[in-house]
Design a protein around this ligand. Structure first.
Ligand code: NAD
Length: 422
């Protein structure tokens, strides 16, 4: 289902579109079309059987005009430098859209972490942390989890960095376990933020959640919590999916019961009272996207909404939990058809926003309760939605271009004020 497209080319196309919308100076356009810094590192690891295996990793810092770089670390067998560059650029836009005092970065290691033992993963992570240590830091670049990395990975990185420095430095990384200075609300943060922007979107679109149906692709952290929060808003969550299948119930699914089923059986498929959208999981996931629903939330992988299926999408509102689920060609088709997309850099920015709260808490050594986190997150997400919505009205462009235009404007303003060094 997910098409193999070069994400870096997509990111550049999106930048071109935003640049056109705001008449961007070609000089600044050129600066933004290149990452500030790309570090490739070799990672030799002693495996449990005594052999040596060499992995490759990257840390890309796209832009730091507005503050230290921020972005996750991905472990994936298919990751490459172009993917990491695109994700770093999207982080620059994401932090700017929600107005965090950060730039954008991303890290990646080409590895299938499911094939490594815990001890091998720890050695790989510590070696990677050591190799990128010269360019990260609490005021330089603050990594976080992404695909196949988790609070344990962050704890190893925090420890390795602290060993190099000679003192504990919890602010160098976010997404840490609570016991090491993680933030309350980090686990639900991405979907909480998505909930708050969805509330704003359905308000301006005059969609009544109690009369609405939602379909959600992917049932991991972003997908499950999104399903739970849409259900809490009163929507009927009629379909959800994972790699093993997509399930449907026109009367609505109970997200917590589906999670319980997935935890027991390894998949949402087979959940009592639901039907499979197709026996073939790939086809089932394709069908989920085309269901007759009001709200569609892609929460799995990139490039699933393309020029091949954009015409068949029936949802009026797409809220992107995944990064890059819609190709630029599909964006044009959907915009023309009047479908509203709340773009990833806005709708999934709850995760990085709570990371920012974690960073503040780590620096002040003062910890907030979950209500404080949620209250601050709601206010920031609602304001960011309205900033983007106003830009969309002002420039008469789709919401993604508006979000990018707003972000690019903020980054360029910071660069103008700072000037080009020397
Ligand atoms: P996760 O690993 O917890 O869950 C991913 C889910 O997607 C799983 O249920 C998996 O079975 C399913 N999936 C994977 N490939 C699929 C496919 N081809 N078809 C259908 N389902 C598939 O990951 P996550 O943290 O929920 O992240 C999901 C997306 O959200 C990613 O694009 C990620 O970059 C983005 N995102 C996540 C966060 C976060 O804080 N978790 C923040 C910002 C963006």
């Amino acid at each position: 289902m997910a098409e193999k497209l070069n994400p870096w080319l997509n990111a550049l196309k999106q930048l071109d579109k935003a640049a056109k919308a705001i008449n961007l100076d070609p000089g600044y356009h050129q600066i933004l079309a290149h990452p500030k810094r790309v570090l490739e590192v070799e990672l030799p690891v002693r495996m449990d059987d005594g052999s040596i295996k060499v992995f490759v990793g990257w840390r890309v810092q796209h832009n730091d005009a507005r503050g230290p770089c921020k972005g996750g670390i991905r472990y994936h067998p298919n990751t490459d430098v172009d993917e990491v560059k695109a994700l770093a650029m999207w982080m620059t836009w994401k932090t700017a859209v929600v107005d965090l005092p950060y730039g954008g970065a991303k890290g990646g290691v080409r590895v299938d972490p499911t094939k490594l033992s815990k001890a091998e993963l720890e050695r790989l992570t510590r070696r990677y942390a050591y190799e990128i240590a010269p360019i990260i830091g609490v005021d330089i670049d603050i990594p976080a989890p992404d695909v196949y990395t988790n609070p344990q990975t962050m704890a190893w990185i925090m420890d390795t960095y602290s060993m190099i420095k000679g003192y504990p430095e919890p602010g160098v990384i976010t997404g840490k376990p609570l016991e090491l200075g993680g933030s309350e609300g980090r686990e639900e943060a991405t979907a909480r933020g998505l909930q708050y922007v969805t509330e704003e979107a359905i308000r301006v679109m005059k969609i009544d959640p109690k009369k609405s149906k939602a379909a959600i692709q992917g049932y991991g952290n972003a997908g499950y919590f999104s399903a739970k929060f849409m259900h809490e808003l009163g929507m009927k969550v009629v379909a959800v999916s994972d790699t093993k299948g997509a399930i449907y119930n026109p009367d609505g699914l109970d997200p917590d019961k589906v999670l319980e089923h997935k935890q027991k059986t390894g998949s949402v498929a087979g959940f009592p009272g639901s039907t499979l959208l197709d026996k073939d999981p790939v086809k089932a996931n394709e069908k989920l996207l085309e269901l007759d629903v009001d709200v569609l939330i892609p929460a799995a992988v990139e490039n699933v909404i393309t020029d091949k299926n954009a015409d068949n999408i029936k949802a009026r509102l797409i809220v992107e939990a995944a990064n890059g689920p819609t190709t630029p060609e599909a964006d044009d088709i959907l915009h023309e058809r009047g479908v509203t997309i709340v773009p990833d850099i806005l709708s999934n920015a709850g995760g990085v926003t709570v990371s920012y709260y974690e960073w503040i808490q780590a620096r002040t050594r003062e910890w907030w309760d979950i209500e404080t986190v949620r209250k601050k997150l709601r206010a920031r997400m609602a304001k960011s939605f309205n900033d983007v919505y106003n830009m969309h009205k002002e420039l008469k462009v789709d919401m993604r271009t508006a979000a990018l235009a707003l972000a690019v404007k903020r980054v360029v303003r910071a660069m103008e004020l700072r000037g080009i060094w020397p």
